[in-house]
Design a protein around this ligand. Structure first.
Ligand code: PMP
Length: 400
């Protein structure tokens, strides 16, 4: 264990629980809950607008939160860090604001067959609206992006390449440097869905060759309702806003308006200061452990769970070897529907997700309706793996 379970009030309140659904959302350490409460107790006001001291304090808390998050993800120019509601909103922002201004009929958008719906449907809908072509890269038998096919799909008409850093359904860690290098050769916009990477891998976004990088705070110990979009400054400055209204304007004339500077241009309306403060506290907490240690801890648990599950007759684990996966173990058991499996696991206080994991195109490619997914984080231990294995063995007894 690399953290004290007592640091996580929900886990302390439910000592019997084996929480193996952190890929869906993580539990929150006391430090994050305290930061949230502290903000609302001591500094809450609408930022940016008030001339009074309390409002200035709220503005400062929001500014400091952005600076802390930027430091955590390796971004020096913090104005490139835009707070959103989460990965879904971040990706919709890019597909809508950049997409409608830049993608036209005949253009091609390349995505992959393992994307979460949040990095699939916005591109699909954009392509349908403007008459562009959506090209979907296939996968290898062990659940990786087929790089040869990706290379073949990216051509002179490609103006967007969008791919996940880590698959939520399989855990595959994708070679994003190679993927972006392929996209760069044709000058395509590179968009990376980092929802499953930011919580689990050391991240240095300034040194990734991507135009946009999106993630959610709630999967990395932060509160729900706050995520991030990092964009290249010159692209953000040149593209139109996503939403319009308060805070994002510079001047509103009767006929037209001009836009505020970054990051405000993309943060219309009252910002979610409290959750940003909570996310900053989460970054502080993770930095205190060290992301290399987080990765190593999860790699160990994932390898153990994969090996022990694979040794059970009828169990199939999906995706590449554990060394190339984040803390996700997606599996099926012959003769037991993943939903039934999850129900039996729940009887043993083991929380896993069962279903298509918001990746129906991937399930079609794997030719299965669903998997059960156990996902690990910093508060999990081998005891959680033991409980998972006990539950799967019990399910096999129940279903004969
Ligand atoms: N992409 C991936 C890979 C994800 O795992 C998720 C969350 N399941 C999302 C996007 C969407 O994130 P959110 O629901 O927080 O917007």
């Amino acid at each position: 264990m690399i953290v004290d379970r007592a640091d996580f009030p929900l886990l302390a309140n439910h000592p019997e629980l084996h929480y193996l659904d952190s890929a869906a959302t993580s539990q929150k350490p006391r430090a994050v809950l305290d930061a949230l409460l502290d903000y609302y107790r001591c500094d809450n006001a609408n930022p940016h607008r008030g001339a009074y001291t309390l409002s200035a304090r709220a503005t400062e808390r929001y500014h400091d939160a952005r600076a802390r998050v930027a430091r955590f993800i390796g971004v020096r120019d913090m104005d490139r860090v835009i707070f959103t509601r989460g990965t879904t909103e971040s990706l919709n922002l890019v597909a809508t604001a950049w997409g409608y201004a830049n993608v036209t009929a005949g253009d091609e958008i390349v995505i992959t067959g393992m994307e979460h719906h949040a990095n699939f449907v916005p591109w699909q809908q954009l392509a349908r609206s403007v008459g562009a072509k959506l090209r979907i890269c296939g996968l290898t038998a062990d659940g990786r992006i087929d790089l040869d096919q990706f290379q073949a799909l990216v051509g002179p008409n490609t103006n967007v390449a969008a791919f996940g850093h880590v698959s939520n359904a399989l855990g595959t860690i994708n070679p994003i440097a190679e993927l972006s290098a392929i996209a760069r050769r044709v000058g395509a916009l590179v968009v990376c869905d980092g929802a499953q990477a930011a919580p689990h891998l050391p991240l240095d976004i300034d040194h990734l060759d991507v135009d946009f990088y999106a993630f959610s705070g709630h999967k990395m110990l932060g509160p729900m309702g706050c995520g991030v979009l990092v964009g290249k400054r010159e692209i953000l400055e040149q593209m139109p806003p996503y939403q319009t209204g308060g805070d994002m304007i510079e001047y509103v004339a009767d006929e037209r308006s001009t836009w505020n500077v970054l990051p405000h241009k993309f943060e219309a309306g009252t910002p979610n200061v409290g959750d940003a403060v909570g996310l900053a506290a989460a970054c502080e907490y993770l930095d205190g452990i060290g992301m290399a240690k987080v990765r190593e801890h999860e790699r160990t648990l994932t390898a153990s769970a994969s090996e022990r599950l694979s040794a059970i007759p009828g169990v199939r684990v999906y995706g590449p070897p554990a060394a190339d996966r984040s803390g996700v173990v997606s599996f099926t058991v012959d003769g037991i529907h993943p939903h039934d499996l999850a129900t039996i696991l729940d009887e043993g206080q083991v929380c896993v997700r069962a279903g298509h994991h918001c990746a129906q195109p991937l399930m079609r490619r794997l030719d299965i309706p669903a998997t059960a997914r156990a996902s690990f984080y910093i508060y999990n231990t081998e005891a959680d793996v033991d409980a998972l294995i006990r539950g799967v063995e019990r399910a096999r007894e129940v279903f004969g």
